[in-house]
Ligand binder design. Structure first.
Ligand code: FS2
Ligand code: SF4
Length: 542
């Protein structure tokens, strides 16, 4: 195996024996073959589109689901990946028939039948099959960005929102990684990937807000009640909606974990009295927290942490959509126009004890772009009077590395006249600190999930207008972003495509950046790594 797609890649290089995340070698190799098969599908889809032929949306959604399943901590089930390979080859061959000719690339023609054949093929089609390290690095940057993009697209799709241009772009991106392109061409394509990152996050923002209302300032309980509960993790709001509807009046409460916390900010979910609060923290704290929850847990997406010896909650674990875990019960897709069937979870929850309380109190969030712009006068005044000197965008992902305590220390060390703008699970490093407020504006403004980093970009662009500035980089905003998995890659590329410069990215730069590609990012965009809290504060506040 050779996998370096996340921040925790072994030794800052790659996981080559088993994933630091726990991903077994076989699963990693099967995912490489799946990606190869999806490239074949994409080549044909792209050729058909070029001829003006229609590509069924189900084809694109197969590509989307395959990409999503290979994101870090999304799907741990070998059987699912093998099935996706088989389906992709079938789809690819149907597209080949539709096109009436065979395309000249291995991904367009290969066949594998058994798991053994898949594993035998993997080394020939994995990342190391591309020898030039700069080309491999740029292919990785594009591919990992597109994985994040696909994940966001899937959530928008679940709410009935589509964009054919985004669908065609995903296929184009996969196709590009099969073609001879120069470094310069690939750098240009990487920026194009960022532009589509903005488009997909805008689409998802529109899907979420038009379906569930605009996020508003909300105080979320982090304690527990006395009823049995179901814990929902991941990012998919449609799954949460189905579950809230089906649990209403059953005596079962619903709690959020990790990236699902921002669901509480949407008006449509506030009407459910049994939507009880948020339980626990970021994804990597799952093992003890899910154990203590006592009731069923629904994973709608990543991150799923493998169970440790002694964990007893496998029989309370449910996955759905692109997520999967061997031994957990997978809830099938919703029928056209219907709901997913969560009756098994509800039935089980009824017989479970209430969650063990981990903490008590409240956290405040809901500062997506509309809510922040509703406070625009207050914010602008605070900047003009000097009450707020600087904003720090500290969005992205959390992770289990001890070095990430930097972000807690950084937040605590920021001067009182600064405000943190956050999104994604990175927030758990500081969202329970008592950092106070500035004239009623809390010093930590949580916009939502990682995709809601889009909100932070919209806020920056609107503030640029309000202050009459020509360049978004002239605003008193600094970017100190934490990354972990591939959704953070598309968020980063999106910010770069919007012209944001001097982003600090930590706790380490991606292992998949070759020295030359890293240099391009440093020289053209001022990307920097993480230093010490003291040094970085000094740099940012200079
Ligand atoms: Fe956090 Fe994991 Fe959001 Fe990532 S819960 S690292 O999925 O996409 O962020
Ligand atoms: Fe390693 Fe990350 Fe890949 Fe897991 S996803 S195998 S931790 S690089």
């Amino acid at each position: 195996m050779y996998c370096n797609q996340c921040q925790e890649a072994s030794k800052g290089y790659a996981c080559t024996v088993v994933g630091v995340c726990g991903k077994p070698e076989e699963l990693s190799n099967e995912m490489d073959v799946l990606l190869h098969a999806l490239k074949g599908v994409s080549l044909y889809a792209q050729a058909l589109r070029a001829e003006g032929q229609t590509v069924a949306q189900s084809v694109t959604m197969q590509v989307v689901m395959g990409l999503f399943a290979t994101i870090t901590n999304a799907n741990w089930d070998e059987a699912v990946i093998i099935r996706q390979i088989t389906q992709a080859l079938k789809t690819r061959d149907a597209l080949q028939n539709q096109l009436g000719r065979t395309l000249n690339h291995h991904s367009a023609t290969f066949q594998v039948g058994s798991r053994a054949e898949v594993l035998e093929l993997a080394p020939q089609v994995g990342f190391l099959a591309t020898e030039d390290e700069d080309i491999r690095s740029l292919h990785s940057l594009i591919l990992f960005g597109v994985k994040g993009l696909a994940a966001y697209y899937e959530h928008a799709h679940n709410l009935g929102f589509h964009d054919e241009a985004i669908e065609a772009f995903m296929e184009e991106a996969l196709a590009v990684t099969t073609q001879e392109r120069s470094v310069t061409e690939l750098v240009t394509f990487t920026l194009k990937t960022g532009e589509y990152g903005v488009k997909v996050m805008a689409l998802l923002d529109q899907a979420n807000t038009s379906t569930y209302g605009k996020p508003e300032i909300t105080s979320v309980s982090i304690g527990t009640r006395g009823n049995p509960g179901i814990l929902v993790s991941g990012h998919d709001l449609k799954d949460l909606e189905d579950l809230l509807r089906q649990t209403e009046g059953t005596g079962v409460d619903v709690y959020t974990h990790g990236e699902m916390l921002p669901a509480h900010y949407y008006p449509a979910f506030k009407k459910y009295a049994h939507f009880a609060g948020n339980y626990g923290g970021a994804w990597w704290e799952q093992n003890p927290q899910l154990e203590a929850f006592n009731g069923p847990i629904l994973f709608t997406t990543n991150c799923i942490v493998p169970l440790k010896a002694g964990n007893t909650y496998l029989n309370r674990m449910y996955t759905t959509g692109a997520s999967g875990y061997p031994g957990a019960t997978h809830i099938p897709d919703r029928p056209e126009g219907g709901q997913k069937d969560f009756s098994a979870l509800i039935e089980q929850a009824r017989g479970c004890p209430a969650p063990t309380q981990l903490e008590e109190g409240h956290i405040v969030g809901g500062f997506a772009h509309d809510q922040v712009m509703a406070l625009a006068d207050q914010v602008v005044d605070a900047v003009k009077t000097g009450a707020i000197k600087k904003f720090f965008v500290m969005a992205g992902c959390d992770g289990r590395f001890k070095t990430r305590s930097y972000y807690t220390d950084f937040a605590e060390s920021l001067p009182d006249d600064t405000v943190i703008l956050t999104a994604g699970c990175a927030k758990y490093r500081y969202n329970k600190l008592d950092l106070g407020d500035i004239g009623g504006i809390p010093r930590v403004l949580d916009a939502g999930q990682c995709n809601d980093s889009y909100s932070l970009a919209v806020i920056a662009l609107k503030l640029k207008e309000v202050f009459g500035l020509g360049d978004v980089n002239d605003l008193p905003i600094a970017y100190n972003i934490a990354w972990y998995e591939q959704k953070a890659v598309i968020v980063l590329l999106a910010l770069l495509s919007l012209g944001v410069k001097n982003i600090h990215l930590g706790p380490t730069l991606p292992a998949f950046l070759s020295p030359n590609v890293a240099r391009v990012l440093v020289e053209n965009f001022g990307i920097a790594g993480m230093g010490t809290v003291e040094d970085d504060l000094h740099t940012f506040l200079a």
